[in-house]
Write a protein that binds this ligand. Sequence first.
Ligand code: ATP
Length: 600
Amino acid sequence: MRSIIKIMATAKQLWPLYLGIVIGAIAIAVTSLMTPFVIARATDTVVGIVEGRGGAVSTLIWLAVALLVINLANSAISNLTGFWGDLMATRLRVILSQRYFHKLLRLPQRYYDNELTGTLISRLNRSITSITDFLQMFSNSFFPMLITVFAVLGISLFYSPWLALLLILIYPTFVWLTTLTSKRWQVWEHQKNEHYDIAGGRFAEVIGQMRVVKSFVTERRELDKFSGHYDAAVGLTREQSAFWHRMDLARRGVLDVVFFAIYAIIFVQTAQGQYSLGVMVMLIQLVTMARQPVTSMSYLVDTTQRAIAGSHEYFKVMNEIDEPNNPLEAQPSATVEWTDEDPVVAFRDVNFGYGDDDGDLVLKDIDLEINRGERVAFVGESGGGKTTLVNLIMKLYPATSGEIRVYGQSVRDVPTEELRREIGVVFQDASLFSGTIRENMAYGIADVTDEQLETAARRANALGFINGLKDRFDTEIGERGVKLSGGQKQRLSVARALLKDAPVLILDEATSSLDTKSERAVQAGLEELMEGRTTLIIAHRLSTISTVDRIVTLREGRIDEIGTPAELATTGGIYAELLALQGSTRKADKARLLAYDITS
Ligand SMILES: Nc1ncnc2c1ncn2[C@@H]1O[C@H](COP(=O)(O)OP(=O)(O)OP(=O)(O)O)[C@@H](O)[C@H]1O
């Protein structure tokens, strides 16, 4: 419950709505409670007239008018409160979703290594829906319920202490029984949510990689797996719901017995002349009103438990530790004085592992300096740590030990935003977003002119194909750029890096997918991009490696050799081996090249 209060407190700008809803709910309860009194008066008046004991028909008309006014007021307030409730729920959803997204954007890369996109989305939806549902239900039902219960208790105490005693006993007993049931119910709910999360995670992955699914013809298998989780959830619901309803039947049975006693008391005491017929009608109406909160208790407890679980899930994400000085948190004043000194990038005794165990180090004792304007290629077996090495420069992960410096500044101390502004990246898979070519090229850059766009596109060798498109720079490229060819996507991503114009460039070469012509077109763009920049290349082509200033070879996470292509061609190391394998048609040689992710 504390977590729900915490959520309300974090959205305290909504207090006028909270207050309005509570006042509205009270007014609804009061107007509802007035009806039985008016009906009691009307009943007694009717009985008086029928039995010839006096009373005027005009009084009855006025009482009917009073009922009309009360009902109209009740309807008006209900609708107004309902409107406020909708507004509150929507605004709360917006606030919570924005905070969730804000939080996700601040989390370190490591967090995403362990989570599926679809799971994150499904959790967000579930937790926020359960919280807003609860608050809406709570504000609309809880206060009227509380007022009704107290009013009914007070009135029945006035007329009959036995009646009041029975009613007083019912409420705590019912809440206690419902809470007991709810504990077991929660365990099932948790298991169901796990199935939904796994299914949701897979769903998003499958939709995102539909081409793979189609090419491997795994539609049936994916559907079966997905359905399996939902079937499991149905199985769990069967147990959960059967248990809940069995218990509810028992609870209501007890309730029916108690209400049998209450009605019997009212009937007998009226027959004994303790109340007038009007009072009897009023008591029956009030008792019926008192019964309703008890029966809706199941729903109340159920919604509350869901909201508690949802708010725990929400806070679990919100309490994750942020990436150190993430751009969304960094203070704008923290600007860095970049020096002109060499080396531009330096690794000093760097060790790194993705896990907590020292035995799982991916990079070991890395000592390396890269100077201004240098082109350095990283070569090593697939999984040898090349990508990891550049990830550390971008501070996507912190080094386990040792130090990485960029322009003489330790990346640990430099604000992440400042650091990442200095580094341009061209990813192996182009990594575009849905939207237009213009939006993709100008991603992360404010105020790009058409001229700048054209220049970047021309230099990246992309202007030709862009001009051939009907809407040119305003062409929609589809999710992750599916409407473009591999080479076109690569050239766009080169153009994007050109516009970013960062002095340090990380280039993860696209491995295959491109035919010779496209590859040449992309290569020409890359040459333009590398001009005058310090470039670190995760190399996948011998032709690229042979033209760099220095090659760094990695073997089992350690630097094996560093030297110019000419030097390393004769040392008998990895590069020399690759050169020897070049052009060979032997199966074993081809496999060896493949192990290095190298194409000639
Ligand atoms: N996010 C991660 N979490 C845990 N382990 C990882 C993660 N990313 C990579 N690894 C592991 O770290 C090792 C190095 O991976 P890395 O991606 O750096 O290799 P690479 O040399 O770039 O390989 P490739 O040329 O195939 O892309 C691999 O054994 C890999 O399994």
